[in-house]
Design a protein around this ligand. Structure first.
Ligand code: HEC
Ligand code: HEC
Length: 520
């Protein structure tokens, strides 16, 4: 059902009153032309909705320029400079994504279900932690693509949505954006619930409300006809809502994390592979990727190569398996390969760091430093002792099913079942809070306490920096009338135990070690 075509959703011809009888012959010729000009995915989608008017429009169109006079409108441009490719470059999900005009209309037609204080017309998705740049009407992390023939822009998710963060020195300071950092404010669960919940609600999302919203947004031309396709869009997304709803949870994930294993099982593998336990996990940092080539990736070290994990994300985000834009994804990866971890932007005490470095060499380097003999090794769960759900969510059968996925130009073989969590570099660790794979420990200083002394309840989603304990401010419950997300270690998958390294040092030594960690 994911492949249900959006061309079929939006082809305007079927709306026209008194249209001519469909002529099968014309459609055959038109589909052939579409295939020739725009490739198989477009042709298949076009065929589903072809009638006499659509065929006529298609046959009157000529191929765009390209090799041999043909071009694939579904080919994916690589944006320049590469930072733009990272922010807005496509991973293919925009081939069958929501039309941009609909995405922008949703906050208007469902304004009353937006988080408190959000403005439906101005940067509405900021309320879910998405980051807008000046002059852009969609946040960082959305790619767009113009549909052949119709000129309607479709949208899709891209990597920077979860992997770009902001930091404020104080609640009133300007926000500074960091590429490659985990977006600790982005609540993908709340965002999807809002979006898909709105579409499913015919009282709010219907031809007449959309028409009004399009007036406010100044949407004209063919796109206006989308209003009358609201029922079709509902059908198109119902399946996604059901899939998301099938992932086992123990309450909302909150910002900065999602249940990536559950979501992959729900969207790609099938119900029999759905994990039985909730396993919400933090978005990791993704800078400095060149150093990681040849080593395991993911919190449990289950992924062997960046290519495989990136394609898995792309098809999970709705990219058709036979139309994964490998070059565009490789360009994003190229950017991340060379992206350095950002330097700590606040004051550092050089005397303390010298002492801290000595402690780090003794207590931590074996697992976390270049040259350490356990760096890039999976540390067995019995040894590291952190929450087991992320590990238990992955079944050998699920791994086999993932390794059987394939599409045009790619196939998987490197995913494997592991028995613990990966010891990885601590590069840019100051910006990776909250800590551990499930984000259960708010600051570095807390991680150095024995588990019983780590906070059992704290608040996530604040980007104000806590330079004292090193992490984000986690004891403030709300800001501007909007609550931060309450994290409770008692919930399934939220355990904050384990990783008892450096926990018996003196308080002064812990402070020195934390000071040194700022420099990594
Ligand atoms: C919806 C949020 C989301 C999007 C979009 C997303 N990621 Fe991630 N990414 C995650 C999460 C969550 C993990 C942790 C997965 C795990 O370990 O189970 C992750 C893991 C990673 C890792 C592994 C890091 C490590 O050190 O183990 C890399 C690299 C990465 N993502 C890059 C990308 C790229 C490139 C894209 C686009 C093709 C992308 N991500 C899109 C959420 C996202
Ligand atoms: C025996 C190996 C080992 C030693 C020694 C070790 N760690 Fe770790 N560390 C790990 C593993 C494995 C993880 C991932 C655990 C998880 O996420 O559940 C981890 C995770 C972390 C994280 C969280 C990373 C993130 O992105 O959230 C930090 C911070 C960290 N370690 C700091 C330290 C410090 C500081 C020391 C020394 C006092 C230390 N570690 C000693 C194995 C080790």
């Amino acid at each position: 059902m994911l492949r249900l075509s959006l061309v079929a959703v939006i082809a305007p011809s079927s709306l026209m009153i008194a249209c001519a009888e469909p002529a099968a012959g014309d459609c055959d010729a038109a589909v052939e032309l579409v295939a020739d000009c725009y490739g198989g995915v477009a042709a298949e989608a076009f065929a589903e909705s072809c009638n006499a008017d659509a065929a006529q429009a298609a046959l009157a169109d000529s191929c765009q320029t390209g090799d041999g006079g043909k071009a694939d409108a579904f080919s994916t441009p690589i944006l320049s400079p590469l930072s733009k490719q990272f922010k807005y470059g496509s991973i293919g999900a925009d081939q069958l994504g929501l039309p941009k005009s609909i995405l922008r209309a949703i906050p208007i037609v469902c304004a009353d279900t937006l988080p408190a204080g959000a403005d439906p017309l101005e940067r509405p998705f900021e309320a879910f932690g998405l980051i807008y740049e000046k002059g852009h009407d969609l946040p960082i992390g959305f790619s767009t693509r113009e549909m052949p023939f119709l000129g309607i822009e479709l949208t899709g998710t891209t990597c920077s949505q979860c992997h770009t963060a902001t930091v404020r020195e104080t609640p009133t300071s300007d926000r500074v954006t960091f590429f490659g950092a985990p977006n600790g404010r982005f609540d993908v669960g709340a965002y999807s619930d809002f979006l898909l919940g709105c579409i499913a609600d015919s009282d709010r999302f219907n031809a007449s409300t959309l028409d009004d919203a399009f007036d406010q947004l100044d949407v004209g031309g063919f796109e206006r006809l989308l209003a009358f396709k609201s029922g079709f869009i509902q059908e198109f997304t119902a399946n996604l809502r059901e899939q998301g709803g099938s992932v086992v949870t123990d309450g909302p994930w909150g910002p900065g994390r999602d249940d990536a294993i559950g979501l992959s099982a729900a969207t790609l593998l099938g119900e029999e592979f759905l994990p039985k336990v909730p396993a919400p996990i933090d978005y990791p940092s993704v800078w400095n990727q060149a150093v990681r080539v040849g080593h395991a990736l993911h919190w449990d070290g289950a992924a062997a190569t960046a290519l495989e994990r990136n394609v898995l994300v792309a098809v999970g985000a709705g990219t058709p398996k036979d139309a994964v834009p490998l070059e565009s994804i490789a360009a994003i990866q190229g950017f991340l390969d060379k992206l350095p971890p950002p330097a700590y932007p606040f004051a550092i005490d050089a005397t303390l760091t010298a002492r801290g470095e000595e402690l780090y060499q003794v207590e931590c380097a074996e697992c976390h430093d270049v040259g350490g003999k356990l760096l890039w090794e999976v540390i067995p769960i019995e040894e590291v002792g952190t929450d087991p759900n992320r590990l238990d969510a992955v079944s050998p059968g699920g791994i086999d099913a993932t390794n059987r996925l394939e599409g045009a130009g790619w196939e998987f073989s490197g995913f494997k079942k592991t028995d613990g969590y990966l010891a990885s570099l601590l590069d840019g660790i100051w910006l990776r809070a909250p800590y551990l794979h499930n984000g259960s420990v708010p600051t570095l200083r807390d991680l150095l306490e024995p588990p019983a002394n780590r906070p059992a309840v704290f608040f996530r989603g604040n980007d104000t920096y806590d330079a004292q304990r090193v992490g984000f401010v986690s004891d403030v419950e709300r800001e501007d009338g909007r609550p931060f997300s309450r994290f409770d270690i008692a919930r399934a998958g939220n355990g904050n135990g384990g990783h008892e390294y450096g926990t018996t040092l003196s308080s002064e030594d812990k402070d020195a070690l934390v000071e040194y960690l700022k420099t990594l």
